[in-house]
Design a protein around this ligand. Sequence first.
Ligand code: S3P
Length: 424
Amino acid sequence: MKFQKIKTLKGEVTIPGDKSISHRAVMFGSLAEGTTEITNFLQGADCLSTIDAFRKMGIEIQNAPEKIIIRGKGLHGLQAPSSVLDMGNSGTTTRLISGILAGQTFESTLTGDASIQKRPMRRIMEPLSMMGAKITSINNNDCAPLHIMGAPLHGIHYHSKVASAQVKSAVLLAGLYAEGETFVTEPALSRNHTEIMLRCFGADLSSEDKTAKVCPEPRLQGQKIHVPGDISSAAYFIAAGLLVPGAEILIKNVGINPTRDGILKVAREMGGDITLLNEKHEGEPTADLLVKHSDLHGITIEGSLIPTLIDELPIINIMAACAEGTTIIRDAAELKVKESNRIDVMVEYLSAMGCDIKGTDDGMIINGGQPLHGTIVDSHMDHRVAMSFAIASLIAEGETKIKSSDVVTISYPNFYADLTRLCQ
Ligand code: S3P
C-alpha cells in the first residue's frame, strides 16, 4: 500500500475494542457457567483465533453482529480438541491457553504461524512445569508447536524474570486448576486485565503491589462485558494528532487502565497537548482523548514505565524521530521477541526515512528533528510496524510504500479506512 504526505488531520475516531480484554472475555466466558455476552469485541484475527480454539474444545460461541454470545460450560467443561489448535499470530492466545490446557484431563497440541513458531515459550513452560504441567516443545526449541498433556497441578509462588502479563496470566489460569494457592510476583507491574476480569467472573483473586494471588476451583459465572477501546490502537491516532501540523482529533472510548497508559504519560512529557474528556472509572477506566498538534521534545523512557507502553514503542519511535533532541529508550529488550524484532525493524526503516536512530541491547537512541522522507518499508508481518510507518508517511516528504500492509487485520481491521477519513 502507498501513502503520501497529508495537509492536516481533523475529526473524530472511535477506537475498536481492546485486544487483550477481548481475548480474556472469550477465555473466561468459556470457563464460566452460563451465558457471557461481550460487546465491542475486537474482530481482529488474533481474537478470532481465540474464539476458534474454544469452539474446537466444544464451547458454543456465537459471533453475532453486535455481540459475542458464549455458552460457558464451567471450569471443567472443555472437551479434548478434535485437531491441533491453531493460534495464528497470537502470542496472547498461545500463552494464556497453555495455562488453561495444563490443568485439563486431555491432551492438546498448539501451533501457529511462522512468527508464533519463533516466539519464546520457555517463559511459560518453566512455571507451568513447576506446577506439575506436562508441556513440551515438539521441535525442542522452546517454541510452538507445543504439546500439553493435562496433569494434576499444584500452586507455586512464581517470581517472573520478565514483566509479562501473558506469563502472569498463564500461571494464574493454571492456578484455577491447582491444589493450593498460586502467587505470581513480577519485576514491574504488567497489564492487570486478567486480575480485574477474573475477579468480576467470581474468582478468588487478590493483588498487592507486584504480586497476584489466586485460589483454585472457583465457580465462575457468565458476565456481560463491554470491551473499552484499545489504547494500543488509539496510540497511532495520538501520534498522528501530535505530529501532523494543524491536526486536532477526538479519539473516543479509549481504555486508560494505569497499567496501559504509559503512552499518555510519555506523549505529555514530550510536550504533547492531550486532554482527557468524559472520564469513567467503573471497572476498566475509559476516556475520550482530544489531541492537538504539538512541538515535541526528546525524553528518556525506562524502568517500570516500559511494561505500560510496551506495544506502543514502535509508534513512540516515530514520535521521537520528529521530536527535537534525543530520546533514549532502555529496559525494553522484550521488543526483540514481539511479532517481529521491533528494535531491528524500527531502526532499519526509520534510518531509511532519514532518522538518526541507533539500536541498543535493550532499546534505542533517537536523535530527532531531522525531516523524514518516504521509503519502502517491509512490515515483517508485524501489525504495529505497519501502522507506525503509515503514521510516519503522513509527515514524510514523498511516497512511502508499506509491504504486507494488510497485516493490520491482526489488531485493527479498519485502520486504513479510519485514518483516511481523518486525512485532509
Ligand atoms: C499482552 C501482553 C503483552 C503485550 C501483548 C498483549 C496480553 O505481552 O505485548 O501485545 O494481552 O497479555 P507480554 O506479556 O509478552 O509482555
